[in-house]
Write a protein that binds this ligand. Structure first.
Ligand SMILES: Cc1cc2nc3c(=O)[nH]c(=O)nc-3n(C[C@H](O)[C@H](O)[C@H](O)COP(=O)(O)O)c2cc1C
Length: 325
């Protein structure tokens, strides 16, 4: 399939794996890129710019296809050394960066000078337009369904994607709630040039996370996610568990007085324990509503091939057939 996104990134299929904390390591990024999509290493998960450089080098040995690095700009007092992370990306020869969180404006000149294509993840049309204005090459439009941080507008992709198509000139991919060929074809119909998947790619053979995480996603339904940290304006969609229900209880008790310290131990530093050790109930971890559409743990190649074959069928048989009739 050829779209503006496959052309821009030099990939075979318009399917991107979004950056994911403690999931986006070389093994997964290489598997997605080898399957013809675009795999992403999550920059900050590596811990230091040196470790990111090592992870990029490791990934390079596993694939000669394009790869991406995610840089998440966090609202922290002590900012990670972003310029050094960017240097590691440039020196590692990576030509695609997915930015997320706050605006990447301050870092655009360095990345553009190095010939890097920047795809910024946005949860609103106004942020997408800002990304276009500051020179981003593409955006990943992340609807309310998404795992991770859906923003505070709560606009689902059925509305957000066509609205983005109405306003944007640069290409965008649909993100949030994407799982299969139906998602891809619907996203293309709504004006996107591809799709970005997070949760779906965790439940794959190559995702370097504990088997418990994959099985939790397969077992979950679309009713099993919750929104936490609303009151802190840092909303996160997570899979429910006893720790998440405790967070919601504390949030109800504290109301507008809620502070991060009230829930810190249930949200901070839990990813290594969940993803590496499979300690599923230790705290809150991101997961999309799309868990309801995930029923198996295929290899990345099986997943991508299946999506592309079924998309072909959907377009040629189901949709064309309706017009012919
Ligand atoms: C476990 C997990 C961790 C994530 N970590 C990050 C992250 O560190 N940075 C980021 O930009 N997005 C992160 N995301 C968001 C994904 O990149 C992607 O935008 C989102 O998962 C799309 O929604 P979906 O899960 O419905 O496919 C994460 C998502 C999940 C499920």
């Amino acid at each position: 399939m050829k779209t503006r996104i496959t052309e821009m990134f030099g990939i075979e299929h318009p399917i991107i794996q979004g950056g994911m904390h403690y999931v986006g390591f070389a093994e997964l990024a290489a598997a997605v890129s080898n399957a013809g999509g675009l795999g992403t290493i999550t920059g900050l998960t590596q811990g230091t710019p040196e470790k990111l450089a090592n992870e990029i080098a490791k990934c390079r040995e596993m694939t000669d296809k394009p790869i991406c690095v995610n840089l998440t700009f966090l609202p922290t007092f002590e900012a990670p050394p972003y310029p050094e992370y960017i240097r590691a990306i440039i020196e590692g020869g990576v030509k695609i960066v997915e930015t997320a969180g706050r605006s990447p404006e301050a870092y655009m000149p360095a990345m553009k000078e190095a010939g890097i294509k920047v795809i910024h993840k946005c949860t609103s049309v106004r942020h997408s337009l800002k990304a276009e204005k500051i020179g981003c090459d593409a955006v990943s439009v992340d609807g309310f369904e998404c795992g991770g941080h859906p923003g505070e507008d709560d606009i689902p992709n059925m509305i957000l994607l066509p609205r983005a198509a109405e306003e944007l000139k640069i290409p965008f991919v649909a993100s949030g709630g994407m799982a299969d060929a139906r998602s891809l074809v619907a996203a293309l119909a709504m004006g996107a040039d591809g799709m970005n998947m997070g949760t779906r790619f965790i439940a794959t053979k190559e995702a370097p996370v504990h088997e418990n995480v994959k099985q939790a996603i397969v077992a979950a339904s679309e009713l099993d996610t919750r929104l936490v940290m609303r009151g802190l304006r840092n909303t996160e969609r997570v899979l429910t568990n006893p720790a998440v229900e405790r967070i919601l209880e504390i949030e109800r008790e504290k109301g507008a007085e809620i502070a991060i310290d009230d829930i810190r131990e249930l949200v901070a530093g839990v990813y290594p324990k969940v993803m590496m050790e499979g300690d599923m109930d230790i705290g809150a971890w991101s997961c999309g509503m799309v868990a309801g559409l995930i029923h198996d743990v295929p290899s990345c190649k099986e997943l991508v091939d299946r999506i592309m074959a079924e998309a072909d069928q959907l377009i040629r048989a189901r949709l064309s057939g309706m017009i012919a009739a």
